[in-house]
Design a protein around this ligand. Structure first.
Ligand SMILES: *[C@@H]1O[C@H](CO)[C@@H](O)[C@H](O)[C@H]1NC(C)=O
Ligand SMILES: *[C@@H]1O[C@H](CO)[C@@H](O)[C@H](O)[C@H]1NC(C)=O
Ligand SMILES: *[C@@H]1O[C@H](CO)[C@@H](O)[C@H](O)[C@H]1NC(C)=O
Ligand SMILES: *[C@@H]1O[C@H](CO)[C@@H](O)[C@H](O)[C@H]1NC(C)=O
Ligand SMILES: *[C@@H]1O[C@H](CO)[C@@H](O)[C@H](O)[C@H]1NC(C)=O
Ligand SMILES: *[C@@H]1O[C@H](CO)[C@@H](O)[C@H](O)[C@H]1NC(C)=O
Ligand SMILES: *[C@@H]1O[C@H](CO)[C@@H](O)[C@H](O)[C@H]1NC(C)=O
Length: 279
């Protein structure tokens, strides 16, 4: 009799556990967690729609009455953590500091906006799992902050063409520079990096240290785009022999000198070096 009681109790426990499980899964599916949702609403609150740098209205991209994982440009994982934000080419201005409360973020794309600010106020180090970061053509200027160098899981980094947004809007140009931290410090810990786009970033103060650093630190690099960076000094040929390298663009660096190596160069490697003194 006692045994039967235990069995019944066990059966009850088991069946209630299994009946709980599926329903909690349904609730979790694409469910936006409260803290993630409030970070996103805060983000929207601090962004403006500003075509041509004219602040025209508060952003009304997302409807607070709907599920935040379904919002445009937002991607969640199965547990409801925001892991992707794509707000590229939305004419945005204002502050995006709330993004740095989304600690699970893996992909962030804010390219093609009108931020016209520096990147100093943002805590990039708070997003340790970021793998893809695109801040290109968004009118960021001044020094690239050291926080970006803490993003050790980055696979792709694009900081190119900041002045493109001024050009679009017919304003005087501004650009990013890489001085302190310098190039070497920026990339030192990014051992997963495959694509690096720094076109138009002023790297003039580095002499040829930047290419030595690339070959030492970036074993997986396959695309390096550094056109119009005011690079100078000599360019070691070993650099072209990185095992995974597929495309190098060092065009429009009129003070850069060097020689293409004698082959074997992987014949799939594309090299763009016009207007640089590379022969
Ligand atoms: C943006 O600014 C440019 C230059 O000032 C102007 O020619 C253009 O008409 C503006 N566009 C809009 C949509 O306001
Ligand atoms: C951004 O602004 C430009 C005008 O400056 C306009 O042509 C374009 O459609 C706008 N894009 C969006 C997504 O609002
Ligand atoms: C970051 O990624 C690691 C490994 O994939 C994972 O264990 C950890 O939970 C992630 N952290 C956040 C905040 O998402
Ligand atoms: C960008 O910001 C600077 C001040 O930091 C200001 O002088 C300039 O007018 C701004 N440009 C535009 C197009 O808003
Ligand atoms: C990097 O940014 C530039 C400028 O916005 C863009 O043209 C290019 O496609 C971007 N590259 C990648 C791989 O996203
Ligand atoms: C890059 O920065 C250096 C030092 O800050 C400056 O002398 C140089 O003119 C800049 N280059 C360009 C193309 O703006
Ligand atoms: C040549 O490039 C291809 C494709 O980019 C790559 O898979 C291969 O490993 C490279 N071979 C050598 C010898 O570097």
């Amino acid at each position: 009799m006692e045994n039967l009681g235990i069995l019944t109790a066990l059966f009850f426990l088991f069946s209630s556990a299994t009946s709980l499980h599926p329903s909690s899964q349904i609730n979790l599916q694409n469910h936006c967690l409260d803290d993630q949702r409030s970070a996103l609403l805060q983000l929207q609150h601090h962004l403006y729609y500003a075509p041509n740098f004219t602040f025209s209205s508060k952003l009304e991209l997302w409807d607070p009455n709907t599920q935040c994982c379904s919002w445009k440009g937002v991607t969640c994982d199965a547990l409801g953590h925001v892991i992707g934000i794509d707000l590229s080419y939305q004419n945005l201005s204002g502050s995006f500091y709330s993004i740095f409360n989304l600690h699970h973020l893996q992909r962030l794309n804010l390219a093609g906006n009108n931020f016209n600010t520096t990147l100093f106020q943002y805590g990039f180090g708070k997003l340790p799992n970021l793998t893809h970061l695109d801040l290109s053509a968004s009118c960021f200027h001044d020094q690239i902050p050291v926080g970006i160098s803490y993003l050790t899981r980055l696979v792709s980094l694009n900081l190119s063409y900041q002045d493109d947004c001024y050009w679009r809007n017919d304003q005087s140009s501004a650009s990013l520079k890489l001085e302190k931290p310098n190039f070497k410090t920026l990339i030192k810990k990014m051992r997963s990096l495959r694509e690096l786009y720094l076109d138009g970033v002023n790297i003039s103060s580095q002499s040829s240290e930047w290419c030595e650093a690339t070959s030492l630190s970036l074993p997986k690099l396959s695309v390096l785009s550094m056109s119009n960076c005011d690079l100078n000094g000599h360019f070691p040929a070993e650099f072209f022999l990185l095992p995974k390298m597929q495309r190098i663009d060092i065009s429009d660096n009129s003070r850069l000198m060097g020689q293409l190596p004698e082959f074997p160069i992987n014949n799939t490697l594309e090299i763009w070096s016009a207007k640089s003194c590379i022969s």
